[in-house]
Structures are given as C-alpha cells and as structure tokens.
Design a protein around this ligand. Structure first.
Ligand code: PLP
Length: 398
C-alpha cells in the first residue's frame, strides 16, 4: 500500500481519555438501566429496612445514603480520575469537612501547621485545637512559608490558592517535606476545584473543600467533602462524620450532583471572565494589588502554572480606603454585594468588614460569575468612575 493510501482498518487504540466537560456531565451517574433516570432522585430516609444483623450498605440515615453515594463517587472521579479506590465523604458544609479532618486526625500533644492566611474560620479552630492540648503553628502560604514549621508536626494544612489573599504554595514540594517529617498533608481545594488542581496526585493525603462555592456554583446550598486514597484515613473520617452527625441533607446532595454536570462549563467561563476583569483593573490608577494566579505578573503565577489547570473565579484588589470601597460596591449593578464566591452570579465584598483577615480597609474580594465578560467589566469600570466622582463631590459620604 502506498504511503498516500490510508489503511482502511486501523487497529483500535485505547479509548481516548474523556475531557473535563464529559467527565463533569457523567461523573457518579449509575450505569444506564432501562426506564430509570440517569441521575436518581434524592432518597429521603432515616431508617432502611434492616432485617437480622446490622450489616450495610445502608443501615441508618446518619451513616449512609444512596444520594450521597452517587455524589461521593462523582466528586471522587473528579478529584482522582485515575484511582477508582479513592474514598470521598460528603459533609453538611465545608467547615464540617475541615473540622472532620482536623479533629479526627490529631490528638493532645501533637502539632498542626496551619496557613496564617487561610480562610478565617479554619484558623478560628486554632483556639479549639489548643484547648484540646494540640499545638498550632501558623506560617504563610506564599513562598512555601510552612516548610520551616514542619519539624515534629502530625498534620500540615494547606489552602492554595488562599482565601482571600490568593497566594499559592507548591503542594508537591510541601507534601514531600511533610511526609519526610512524618506529617499528614491536607489541602483545602475550594478555590481551585478538582478541575483546577488535583492535590491527591500532587502527594496530599486529603483533598477537601467547601462544595458551597464553585463546585456546585449556584449559591443555593451548603456542602463539603473530604477525599482520600488511604482506606484507614477514610474510615476514621467516616467514623467522625457518623459520630458528630455533620451530614448533608439528601436534597442538597442531589442538587450538588446535578450542578456538577456544568462544572467544566462554569469554571472555564469564570476563569476567562476573571482574567478579563483583572486585566481591566490593572489599567486603573486608583486600583492597586490586583491579584489573580493567571496574571503573568502575579507573584503566585510561577507555581500556579506548574500545578493548576484552571485558576479560579476570584480576583482581589485594593481601593484607596473603606469609603471608596463602599461607594464602589454600592454602585455595582450586575454584581451583588455578598460574601462567598464561586457562584454563577458575580459577587463582591469588602473583606475587611468581617475582621480576621490581614487586608487593607479598601480590599475587595471579587468573585466573577458566568455573565458576559464585557458586561462584568463595564459594570466594574462604571462603578469605579462613580465612586471616584462621588468622592470628589462628597456625595454618598453620609
Ligand atoms: N474553605 C474555604 C477556602 C472557604 O473559603 C470556605 C468558606 O468561605 C470554607 C472552606 C468553608 O465552607 P462552608 O461555608 O461551606 O462551610
């Protein structure tokens, strides 16, 4: 056969690896059964028929629920696509998942290393841990600052990108150092989502997150999860969930699973919109410290491009002072002034209004939604103009 004649029967190759959108749509759905829905509806149940010995898989509603099972499989497929043995456990909220790992894995006399710039409620567990006799060391995310705090630690906690500062640390480097020091590694994957980075593949023992944010992305439910490859670690977190009862409702779990189908669509659009907004902000003289890991000039960029596949929906920046920031937020029309992030709707807030984060009074955490980029940018630029003009005339200074 001449080189120009194609072979009519090419040998079949391996199935191509499905893309992220395909995996998002199909994650966790059971095999097709005639006359059944592709995503079974929520199972509302506290007690199952349970004759004889109390053996699973479903015994009591606080222990297990088929709706969680589908969702947990789905998240596990996204967090660790190459590892069918990964275990994922759904929780009532991100904090439920965080507390489950922190409080089930350490005991009196041990040491935990937390990021000094993590989500503030995670850091608020410091006092609780110390009251139980656990030592807590704090070190910054940027520059892998936690490396220097690892000696003798039992658990290293990473949050990358960090909320709200958007610093990034090198998960692989820190995980290797922590394991050499005898510590477990947990990564809060909330900002990145499993389509943004895969902490388990980078060496973490736990990848966990708030599913309230971009994972489910509609601002209509609270959820958390913990994923791990280690069956013993999974068993101890499962026992914690059952003991304290930090379980998701079946309706939330089902809504979360339904929302996962659009995860790739949403996070791609949000990431593009975030870059468009960040670039527009870089041109404004009254705006300083524009942060987003995708910006080539961002301090987080060099590490982010090595370990992340998407860079998230959150952009942060600083306006001259609190009053300026408040005028800006009030002038926004498309973007809602709200806390939380990762939603389909753009939201923004002056982060300093809560206290607890080391941010300037004019610091804005902006979560970019899936609206049209041009509309988001136009809204922000107009609100910036209005807040500057009102500041010059003294209007709105009540
Ligand atoms: N982790 C991070 C990074 C967060 O930003 C948040 C909430 O903002 C949480 C965890 C807690 O999530 P939840 O509000 O679902 O408890």
């Amino acid at each position: 056969m001449s080189a120009a004649t194609p072979d009519p029967t090419p040998a079949p190759g391996p199935d191509p690896t499905p893309g992220d959108s395909t995996r998002s749509v199909h994650a966790g759905r059971p095999p097709a059964e005639p006359y059944t829905p592709s995503l079974p509806g929520p199972v509302f149940v506290s007690h199952y028929h349970l004759p004889g010995e109390a053996a699973g898989p479903y015994t009591y509603g606080r222990d297990e629920n088929p709706t969680w099972t589908h969702l947990e499989r789905a998240i596990g497929e996204l967090e660790a696509p190459d590892d069918p043995a990964v275990t994922t456990l759904a929780f009532a909220s991100g904090m439920g998942a965080i507390a489950a790992v922190l409080l089930s894995q350490v005991r009196a006399g041990q040491t935990v290393v937390l990021p000094s710039d993590s989500y503030q409620a995670t850091r608020s567990l410091q006092a609780r841990l110390e009251s139980y006799g656990v030592a807590v060391r704090l070190a910054p995310t940027a520059g892998d600052g936690q490396l220097a705090a690892l000696e003798g630690a039992r658990l290293l906690w990473l949050e990358t990108p960090s909320n709200p500062g958007l610093d990034v640390c090198d998960i692989r480097r820190l995980a290797d150092a922590a394991h050499a020091a005898g510590a477990l590694v947990a990564v809060d994957n909330t900002l990145a989502t499993p389509l943004g980075q895969r902490p388990l593949a980078l060496g973490a023992d736990f990848s966990l997150a708030s599913g309230t944010k971009a994972l489910t992305g509609h601002g209509d439910l609270l959820l958390g999860y913990v994923a791990t490859r280690d069956p013993e670690l999974a068993a101890s977190v499962r026992l914690w969930r059952k003991t304290v009862g930090a379980i998701p409702g079946p309706m939330e779990a089902w809504l979360a699973h339904r929302s996962l189908a659009t995860l790739a669509l949403r996070v791609d659009r949000q990431a593009d919109n975030a870059v468009a907004l960040a670039r527009a902000l870089l041109d404004r003289p009254e705006v300083t410290d524009v942060r987003h890991p995708a910006l080539p000039g961002d301090p987080a960029h060099p590490v982010a491009v090595r370990q992340m596949r998407r860079f998230g929906s959150v952009v942060s920046f600083t306006l001259p002072d609190q009053a300026y920031a408040e005028r800006f937020l009030a002038a926004l029309r498309i973007t809602a002034e709200a806390t939380s992030f990762g939603s389909i709707q753009s939201t923004a807030e002056r982060r300093g209004r809560w206290g607890g984060d080391a941010v300037p009074p004019g610091f804005i955490r902006f979560s970019v939604g899936v609206e049209d980029a041009a509309d988001i940018v136009a809204d922000v630029l107009r609100a910036l103009d209005e807040s500057r003009e009102q500041g010059q005339t003294g209007a709105g200074d009540a």
